[in-house]
Design a protein around this ligand. Structure first.
Ligand SMILES: Cc1cc2nc3c(=O)[nH]c(=O)nc-3n(C[C@H](O)[C@H](O)[C@H](O)COP(=O)(O)OP(=O)(O)OC[C@H]3O[C@@H](n4cnc5c(N)ncnc54)[C@H](O)[C@@H]3O)c2cc1C
Length: 302
């Protein structure tokens, strides 16, 4: 891991950094190396110098990520600082770095009178995370608004791509192997009416229906075709069910919250329990929306 050993000029490189500090569930073991580049150039140089054998995980705001308690080997790259700029390119197009928070982008677009971008306010992650997940809210989906994206590969080479290069579906995006998102160009239209007002109404609806004050990753499972994961979980009698410090929310059954002292092991065990119970009760096998990464803690031998 030669490049990881040298200190970046403007960013930060931390060893054994607890990922519980960088995920919205507030659980997760240490990243062997946690790299927060200060600039895009620093990020690209780092990738060019990195030993090709070193595992790499890109992280936005960690709002869809369960990092196991054993932590992450190799390098975690945090995009917020180096890729955190957005600008209006012309009447309808907006360029945003992968590290830009979707909530900030939604507000900027509303102020510029561009829409429909309000749905992005419902996604507490970055543009990079939203591109990876095809994140959506209030009937809007990220890739509906993408004109093009910039990606980078392991060798630090930048590529320009369009939606045609990806297989895109509900919370699903499959693209060229071994590339990560650097930025996206969004195509919007002149907003109809007051977008900021609409955005506030949408956020209030969220507040009323989701346990937003508690650590979670939002919806844990994708909705199966024609149904809602929350309905299936609730009618399987799982609201309030807990394993360790992980609890199925009483407010929204597709949310698992960290009640304070949960471990990633608790959360993953509860995910599996919910999936198995729903399968036994309804005959539907739920598929997790959250990405589960990292190592389990090795059992100490008796
Ligand atoms: C309270 C709450 C409500 C939520 N509501 C919604 C909702 O309404 N709709 C919705 O879709 N989601 C929702 N989410 C989930 C989450 O916010 C989204 O999935 C979001 O897009 C994740 O972005 P992130 O930056 O946090 O990604 P992370 O959690 O950091 O990463 C998610 C995945 O994307 C990858 N990734 C991140 N950045 C890049 C990059 N630049 N290039 C390549 N890969 C990358 C990571 O490696 C990981 O596999 C909610 C979460 C919470 C906590």
């Amino acid at each position: 891991m030669s490049a990881a050993a040298s200190m970046p000029a403007t960013g930060a490189m931390l060893r054994n950094e607890p990922m519980s500090r960088h995920t919205s569930w507030r659980v997760g073991g240490p990243a062997e190396i946690y790299f927060r580049p200060g600039t895009r150039a620093e990020l690209l140089d780092f990738l060019r110098d990195l030993d090709p054998a070193t595992p790499v995980l890109w992280v936005g705001l960690g709002s869809n990520l369960l990092v196991r308690d054993g932590g992450v080997r190799g390098v975690v790259i945090a995009t917020a600082k180096a890729l955190g700029e957005s600008e209006r390119l012309d009447a309808n197009r907006v360029q945003a770095g992968a590290g830009v928070p979707c909530t900030a982008l939604a507000r900027r677009c509303a102020r510029w009178g561009l829409g429909p971008a309000e749905f992005l306010a419902g996604i507490p992650g970055t543009v990079g995370g939203a591109l990876t997940m095809n994140a959506g809210a209030f009937g809007g989906e990220t890739w509906d608004r993408i004109a093009s994206v910039e990606t980078v590969d392991r060798a630090g080479q930048v590529h320009h791509r369009t939606a045609a290069d990806y297989d895109i579906g509900y919370r699903h995006v499959q693209g060229p192997e071994g590339e990560w998102f650097l930025s996206a160009q969004f195509q919007f239209e002149a907003a109809d009416g007051d977008a900021l007002d609409r955005l506030k109404v949408m956020l209030q609806q969220r507040q009323d229906s989701q346990p937003l004050g508690e650590p979670s990753c939002g919806s844990v499972f994708r909705n199966p075709p024609g149904d809602h994961a929350a309905r299936l979980i609730e009618t399987a009698g799982l609201k309030g069910h807990s394993i360790g410090g992980a609890v199925v929310s009483d407010k929204h059954a597709n949310f698992i919250i960290n009640a304070g002292d949960a471990t990633a092991t608790d959360v993953e065990a509860l995910i599996n329990y919910v999936r198995d119970t729903v399968a036994a009760t309804h005959g539907v096998r739920l598929v997790p929306e959250v990405h589960i990464v990292g190592d389990v803690i090795a059992e100490s031998g008796a």
